[in-house]
Design a protein around this ligand. Structure first.
Ligand code: M6R
Length: 609
């Protein structure tokens, strides 16, 4: 949450910082701001609300700031202090001699603020960040060089942070540091950059350095130095990211969410490619599958739902017991496990604080950690023993879509690999499932084609809705949970995902003509049982939308609208059934004129507890 950027180099500082913030806006959009070194002074410009407000303010300055070569920028997801200009970053220390941008939370800010006030410091915001700015300014005023001053200030802080700062006294220099919150350095020619995530800088460079916990970075136009807090220089190899700059373009779509829904066939193709051959044999050299006796899957939100699907597949095929937990609960639970426990931590961003903490908790009992993530070089890749990369490309829309399908694909590959290592399912059966899985991209493509023009009718049933119920059984249940999450987060309509068979134990009381029921039917026994459960809601006045095969006459009979999915092998059900629910949520939100890419109160990367 919150995005930070920094730049040193040429007279295109404002352009690079604004482009970086544009690509980081998914991390928070409560306010935005820049601090620029100009003529021996620091100029700041900040605005509450979306980045467009800052862009307008910059235009009003008529290019006055465009001579800057050095600066930092910030896009905010408010933690301490409401969204306002005063609380926007950069925060200034000592009347503007230094400027600081920050992502994270300073846990002891209240006591530091008291101490600083007693020493005569006046505060102009309610943020925790302002204490960093004043601590830093005091050290700089006392004559410490900026990097050392930052190290001194950081020693006083408890909590999590990625910070970047500039000082009027040291032109052409940006310093930065991190603890828990993410920070990467981008390398250019005669210019260098830093950002919370690589996608901020893809138009500038694809060569990056990671910054580890407790390290300080010093950037000039011609150099990048990484140091410990004690000032010792650290060597770091750079790496090249695979993502292309075009991957973060809208490419003609109205929103990122819609683009990313349509990207799903290629996200799946890339995630499966090289991992399951045409004969259906799975090869995952990145993961040691031997000797696993128990599995714990952890994740938040969508990643948790993917984990539920992983459990079903692993238990069915590999016969290994799997527990799935929401990371924020797992981290404080009374954990049971040992060194034969594989902990699968799923995180699209690779930054989610709760999931990183769950990993730390699992370390305590000796668990082996496998990260399933979409983000090369992210924090989780450095905490885990092994990494299974989903190759969905950058996802910008706050609502996860293509990364959900890519996570399911990765977990199904894992299930097939584990089943083979265990010898729990006959080889030929596994190969057949592997061949089926290879068809996921094609089947998702077919689903998108079938749904063309069909979702609007279903969305119209939500015009008068006050809540919605998403029902499914077996592997359709996690799909229903995910469908409800999508609807809630982008349309703000209360929605519950529930096992269809459990309805009669309570939630059926919600059913009336203003509570549409979305039934994810699936195939076989699951379908039959769900049909009867859904009939019970029809009898109570529900308008039903079914996700079902087009020729499913029972579904047609009971539903106001059928969202059709193609005939597909059972293993592909969650893939094809998820797509109509994503599009449904999208259409309902658009019908309410909402911003689907940046829903209120949310951020894509959740780096606070
Ligand atoms: O980056 P992560 O996968 O760790 O993020 C986990 C959740 O915050 C995320 O899936 C969230 O629930 C999405 N907004 C759902 O669309």
């Amino acid at each position: 949450m919150c995005g930070i950027v920094g730049y040193v180099g040429k007279a295109r500082c404002v352009e690079v910082l604004m482009e970086g913030l544009r690509n980081l806006e998914y991390r928070g959009y409560d306010s935005a701001g820049l601090a620029l070194q100009l003529g021996g002074r620091i100029e700041t410009i900040k605005r509450p609300g979306r980045l467009d407000n800052l862009a307008e303010a910059l235009e009003e300055r008529n290019g006055h700031l465009s001579a800057a070569h050095t600066g930092v920028g910030h896009t905010r997801w408010a933690t301490h202090g409401r969204p306002s200009e005063a609380n926007a970053h950069p925060q200034l220390g000592n009347g503007g001699s230094v400027a600081v941008v920050h992502n994270g939370i300073i846990e002891n800010f209240a006591e530091l603020k008291e101490e600083l006030k007693e020493r005569g410091v006046t505060f102009s915001s309610e943020t925790d960040t302002e204490v960093i700015a004043h601590l830093l300014a005091q050290r700089v005023e006392a004559g410490e060089p900026l990097r050392e001053a930052l190290a001194s200030a950081l020693r006083r802080l408890r909590g999590s942070f990625a910070v970047a700062a500039v000082s009027a006294k040291e032109p052409g220099k940006v310093v930065a540091a991190r603890k828990q919150s993410p920070l990467v350095v981008g390398q250019g020619a005669g210019e260098n950059y830093l950002a919370s995530a690589v996608q901020a800088l893809l138009k500038q460079t694809r060569r990056f350095l990671v910054v580890e916990n407790g390290e300080i970075v010093e950037l000039t136009g011609s150099s990048v130095g990484i140091f410990t807090l004690d000032g010792e220089s650290v060597e770091r190899e750079s790496f090249e990211v695979e993502w292309e700059a075009e991957a973060i373009e809208l490419g003609g779509y109205e929103d990122y969410m819609l683009k990313e829904i349509h990207d799903q066939p290629s996200a799946l193709r890339n995630t499966l490619s090289g991992r399951v051959d045409s004969g259906g044999a799975v090869d995952l050299p990145e993961v040691d599958l031997a000797g696993v006796e128990r599995i714990a899957v952890v994740g938040c939100g969508t990643a948790y739902h993917a984990g539920l699907l992983g459990k079903e597949a692993i238990e069915r095929l590999a016969r290994i017991p799997v527990e799935v937990a929401v990371s924020s609960e797992y981290r404080y639970a009374h954990l049971v496990g040992d060194e034969k426990t594989l902990v699968v931590a799923i995180s699209q961003s690779g930054e989610t604080t709760d999931t990183l903490a769950a990993i730390e908790a699992a370390r305590a009992f000796g668990g082996r950690i496998l990260a399933v993530t979409n983000t090369q070089g992210s924090l989780i890749t450095r905490e885990a023993d092994a990494v299974l990369l989903t190759k969905a490309g950058p996802e910008i829309g706050v609502a996860a879509t293509k990364t959900f399908l890519a996570q399911i694909a990765a977990l199904y590959l894992l299930a097939l690999g584990l089943a083979r290592a265990k010898g729990a399912t006959p080889e030929e059966e596994l190969r057949e499932l592997g061949r089926d899985l290879r068809r996921a991209p094609e089947k998702v493509e077919e689903t998108l084609g079938l749904l063309e023009g069909r979702v609007e009718e279903a969305a119209s049933l939500f015009e008068e809705a006050r809540c919605a119920l998403f029902l499914g059984r077996g592997s359709s249940y996690p799909v229903a949970l995910e469908g409800a999450l999508k609807l809630k987060e982008i349309s703000y309509l209360p929605a519950e995902g529930y096992p269809a068979g459990e309805m009669k134990h309570g939630p059926i009381a919600l059913v009336d003509e203003h509570s549409p029921v979305v039934a994810v039917l699936g195939q076989g026994l699951t379908r039959e049982k769900s049909l009867s459960n859904v009939e019970e809601t029809v009898a109570r006045g529900a308008s039903v939308i079914s996700v079902a095969r087009e020729n499913d006459s029972a579904a047609r009979r009971m539903s106001r609208v059928v969202l059709p999915v193609p005939e597909a092998p059972g293993i592909l059900d969650p893939f094809v059934s998820s797509v109509p629910l994503q599009l449904l949520a999208y259409r309902v939100a658009k019908g309410r004129a909402l911003d689907v890419d940046k829903p209120r109160n949310l951020a894509k990367s959740v780096t606070v507890e």
